[in-house]
Write a protein that binds this ligand. Structure first.
Ligand code: GRF
Length: 196
């Protein structure tokens, strides 16, 4: 049997997508194990969940290092210490340096709450409502230096319903995020393991 791929997760806040990945990874037939959770904020709520699961956690704040490149180098050292093979961004609200994204290219993925290429950046649910969209959703994609660019791996769609607010729409999308992210991660890992 192929060994489970070693995956680290980067978060900044609530960490509900991280939680979905951790729970999925606990199934015997899931192709990944989570080897650690990194946050750029010491107060990220998701760290509590990671700790209750007995997962290693680490915090890297920009203010503790001379600059972003040095911060990202410290993150890379931690990932290497955990022998991480894949990195999942899950609500990680800091733009990573181009060096970092190049170092991890192909094994660094993110979830974004819109149907990319629509609504890159913030406030995606509000912007989708204001644009009168009838459909919205989320995207798992490879990470490149440009924000919310990079090849799409998978998407999930939800309807926009009459009376939706940014919050009701966000909640509907989030339910799909929690299914899509573990599925997409499993898919790219299995693809990387299959013989060419
Ligand atoms: C999610 O909506 C994700 O798509 C976006 O940031 C949010 C993070 O939520 N990138 P959580 O921390 O995973 O709960």
């Amino acid at each position: 049997m192929t060994a489970k791929a070693r995956v680290a997760i980067l978060i900044s806040g609530r960490g509900s997508n991280m939680e979905a990945l951790v729970r999925a990874s606990q199934a015997a037939d899931y192709p990944a194990q989570i080897v650690g959770v990194i946050s750029n904020r010491p107060d990220a709520k998701g760290l509590d969940f990671a700790r209750t699961q007995g997962l290693p956690t680490a915090v890297f704040q920009l203010k503790s290092y001379p600059d972003k490149v040095a911060t990202d180098a410290a993150i890379v050292s931690q990932l290497e210490a955990w022998r991480a093979e894949w990195v999942c961004l899950a609500g990680f609200m800091r733009v990573l340096s181009a060096d970092f994204t190049r170092r991890w290219w192909g094994r660094l993925i993110n979830i974004h709450p819109s149907l990319l290429p629509k609504y890159k950046g913030l406030d995606t649910h509000l912007r989708a409502l204001e644009a009168g969209e009838t459909e919205h959703g989320c995207t798992v994609h490879h990470v490149v230096p440009e924000i919310d660019e990079g090849p799409v791996i998978a998407q999930a769609r939800v309807p926009v319903l009459p009376g939706d607010t940014p919050d009701t729409l966000a909640n509907r999308v989030l339910i799909e995020e929690h299914k899509l992210y573990p599925e997409a991660l499993a898919m790219v890992i299995r693809e990387s393991q299959s013989p060419r």
